[in-house]
Design a protein around this ligand. Structure first.
Ligand code: NAD
Length: 538
């Protein structure tokens, strides 16, 4: 066993779990798995096998929830939420700050589970505990900025006193995908908890153990276990059961499923925040530092094997530097270390499932059949792991090809030339997504001016995605079909509250007094409004 696992890691060698499959070689200790799955609200007696994309090996059998389990999870969460909402904000914030340290202490264990469930390279899995530590610290330290009651201007100075309170919504349902198993399990729920809500989480089945480890760490940080319920089961069955019961839904996943969730929320008149797909562009301007842009494009295109909502799939390069840039980008991509193992040192891991491999293969094959050129990659690598696909760069992609406008969600980048900035902006804005964009230029002012013309929720300059994603005070989310609402920052906190205005009228009522007729009162009020406007009062 390597140093990485020398602590109390979950990994074991050799065959395990003969109960279900005497021939299987399980990577995880069964006692460890049982300790995690005890947190599930799941009494149906059904289990689902969870396999690792690394070698397609079985990992665990995960108990599944019934609709009654979801019902019970909400009942418990509601009970716990009532006293949690009365817990002082400082005590709630302190739990997040304890979580910050716990996540850093347990980061190798967390990364092991992320790698096993997702197949991503260790250095990409590392981003997840980092992101959660940053999120916990940001919200833990800024709790009062977001949730304290606040005085606002009343109708009449002195006479009308108004406070705006932030009331927790109640129980928040969090439906999350498999691509960031640990980050997605926690990043929305943390500000929801801090605001005084309870959470019922439904992670994707492929991310279940990371999500349960997240719940376990929350408990260690002092969050009452009843306050954070985890349910498991097929999305089309258990997802709607959450939508039917929650007071707000945070959904992260595909645009298609997001629309279904939004319809369900509309029927119940509850709020939702939707973090959906993207077809993200990167612009390399003619004055870009080409070495930096090459490194950035490799990370933005191929981190987590391109299975990130913020991954770059469309590369627009200024005509003057196109050939020089592409030569470097292809060479750098071909020099990447590929591998589906738990070790540090891989530049890219495997796709997460056979469905992902089918999708990526279909997108590339369709493009090639319609005339696109493969500059590098373009093939599966079953010799590395069953679902592995090489980092791929395409040229000559045209609108009739599926990967022109549809999200591939894999390591496939299409390269295009542009002649001037207006063309680059127009093409970046083409299509219906609007999640993330990136601009490489040595002229920061010019790049920021271009950024303002791009219809994306985040634009990174001289970076692919991490500068905005890891700046937790910056709101993150999509325009157009990439989503509704924002996670992170103030917006990411306030969505879990209802604004309640409490207005106290003092001394004089807002009605005629001292024998004034309604008509005279109307005149006095109109004159008063004019005076206020002259005085520049809002
Ligand atoms: P998906 O929409 O298939 O599944 C997401 C989640 O929804 C899973 O937990 C799933 O079980 C559940 N679900 C499935 N059907 C449901 C239904 N009818 N009602 C309620 N819930 C249901 O997405 P995916 O394939 O797991 O994830 C990949 C997609 O997620 C990509 O499009 C990617 O861009 C997007 N994504 C976006 C962000 C972001 O922050 N914008 C982050 C990660 C992933």
């Amino acid at each position: 066993m390597s140093d990485r696992h020398a602590s109390s890691g979950p990994l074991v060698e050799g065959p395990h779990d003969p109960e279900h499959d005497p021939t299987a070689s399980y990577a995880l200790d069964r006692g460890y798995v049982r300790n995690l799955t005890r947190r599930l609200a799941a009494t149906s007696g059904r289990t689902t096998e969870l396999r690792s994309p690394i070698g397609d090996q079985p990992l665990a059998h995960v108990p599944q929830s019934s609709e009654e389990d979801v019902d019970e999870a909400f009942r418990r969460a509601r009970r716990a939420q009532e006293s949690w909402a009365r817990t002082p904000l400082d005590a709630r914030a302190a739990a997040l700050l304890r979580l910050h340290d716990l996540v850093l202490d347990h980061r190798e264990e967390i990364i092991d589970l992320i790698c096993l469930e997702s197949g991503k390279a260790r250095k990409h899995a590392f981003e997840e505990p980092m992101h959660i530590a940053l999120t916990a610290r940001y919200y833990g330290r800024t709790a009062h900025d977001h949730f304290d009651s606040r005085r606002v201007r009343g109708l009449f100075p002195v006479l009308t006193r108004v406070e705006v309170n932030r009331v927790p919504k109640g129980v928040v349902g969090v439906i999350s995908p498999w691509n960031y198993p640990f980050t997605m399990a926690l990043c929305d729920g943390l500000p929801a908890l801090l605001a005084g809500n309870a959470v019922v989480a439904k992670p994707d089945g492929q991310a279940m153990l990371s999500a349960l480890l997240a719940a376990h760490l929350l408990e260690q940080a002092g969050i009452p276990p009843e306050l954070w319920q985890v349910v498991a089961g097929p999305g089309p069955e258990i997802g709607p059961a959450l939508v039917q019961r929650a007071d707000h839904i945070c959904f992260t996943g595909s645009t298609g499923t997001g629309r279904l969730v939004a319809r369900g929320c509309a029927d119940r008149l509850i709020g939702c925040s939707l973090e959906l797909g993207g077809k993200n562009p990167i612009l390399v301007l003619r004055d870009a530092d080409l070495d930096k842009a090459t490194e950035g494009a490799v990370r933005a295109g191929f981190a987590s094997a391109g299975q990130m909502c913020v991954s770059m799939e469309r590369l627009f390069v200024a005509d003057q530097v196109y050939d020089r840039f592409l030569e470097r980008f292809v060479a750098r991509t071909e020099a990447m270390t590929l591998g589906a193992t738990l070790d540090w040192g891989n530049d890219m891991g495997t796709l997460t499932s056979s469905q992902q491999l089918e999708r990526v293969t279909a997108h590339v094959d369709d493009a090639v059949a319609k005339g696109a050129r493969v500059l590098t990659g373009g093939r599966a690598r079953p010799d590395l792991s069953p679902f592995f696909y090489e980092p791929t760069i395409l040229e000559g992609v045209t609108p009739e090809m599926t990967c022109f406008g549809e999200e591939t969600f894999g390591p496939v980048v299409s390269a295009y030339r542009f002649l001037d900035e207006s063309e680059a902006v127009a093409r970046a804005n083409d299509g219906h997504y609007g999640l993330n964009a990136s601009i490489y230029s040595q002229d920061g002012r010019r790049a920021r001016a271009i950024a303002q013309r791009i219809r994306c929720g985040s634009v990174n300059i001289n970076e692919g995605f991490a500068a905005s994603f890891a700046s937790i005070e910056a709101p993150m989310g999509g325009m157009r079909s990439s989503g509704l609402g924002r996670r992170q920052g103030r917006e990411g906190a306030l969505r879990f509250t209802e604004a309640q205005s409490v207005a106290t009228q003092r001394v004089l009522p807002i009605a005629p007094r001292f024998g004034l007729s309604d008509k005279t009162f109307g005149k006095v009020m109109s004159a008063g409004l004019r005076v206020m406007n002259r005085l520049g009062r809002a």
